[in-house]
Design a protein around this ligand. Structure first.
Ligand SMILES: CC(C)(COP(=O)(O)OP(=O)(O)OC[C@H]1O[C@@H](n2cnc3c(N)ncnc32)[C@H](O)[C@@H]1OP(=O)(O)O)[C@@H](O)C(=O)NCCC(=O)NCCS
Length: 176
């Protein structure tokens, strides 16, 4: 089993996060828009960014799920990250699809394109009957991506990793 595969879409390359991505990864996750959407702590540092990247690669190795670096095929620029996520958290709903992009590249359909590839890859490579997307109620851009991919809101529930607010649990059943 290849720990993290590479997937191509019309405009994007979804590839493993690499050591050389650290500064760009940190830059994207340090933008005010991303920090506010993800409720990133004030203390978030370049070291934390590296730890996140390492955890993603580790998840690929251990669970065959994780996020990809997403880059534009025509320019090679890294635009963000997207993919699957199955963390070790007690009341996490299941295999999640998620997306985070540089605000400079919002509004071009890149998250939906990468998210669609993640959904197709997840159903093709995992046995799960349903995929989930875990989204805070105020995060309308992320809800719009989920809706475009066919997810619907199942319930709102407080997850242990984020006790201060209920998350929306969005669900997508495996196509028949
Ligand atoms: C969530 C997030 C990735 C959504 O980004 P986005 O740019 O709104 O989503 P998409 O890339 O799918 O782009 C959709 C928009 O591009 C437009 N678009 C332009 N060209 C397009 C094309 N070729 N194909 C599809 N859509 C296109 C769509 O009409 C849509 O516009 P609208 O927002 O005015 O309706 C982004 O807001 C983000 O990174 N947020 C911070 C991190 C975060 O919250 N992650 C999710 C945690 S749950």
């Amino acid at each position: 089993m290849i720990d993290c595969p590479t997937v191509e879409t019309a405009r994007l390359l979804l590839r493993p996060l690499e050591e050389a991505d650290l500064d760009r990864y940190y830059e994207i996750h340090s933008t005010p828009e991303v920090r506010s959407s993800l409720h990133t702590p004030e203390s978030f540092s370049r070291d934390d960014a590296w730890a996140q990247m390492a955890a993603q690669r580790g998840q690929w190795a251990l669970r065959h799920s994780g996020q990809w670096a997403v880059e534009r095929k025509d320019t090679g620029e890294m635009l963000g990250r997207a993919g699957t996520h199955r963390p070790q958290r007690s009341n996490w709903p299941g295999l999640e699809c998620g997306w985070t992009f540089d605000p400079a590249h919002w509004g071009h359909g890149y998250a939906t394109e990468a998210g669609r590839a993640a959904v197709e890859w997840a159903f093709a490579n995992h046995d799960d009957d349903r995929l989930f997307s875990v989204i805070l109620p105020g995060n309308t851009p992320s809800q719009a991506v989920a809706t475009r991919l066919g997810f619907t809101l199942l319930e709102e529930r407080v997850l242990e990793f984020f006790p201060s607010e209920a998350h929306g649990i969005w669900v997508l059943p495996r196509p028949q």
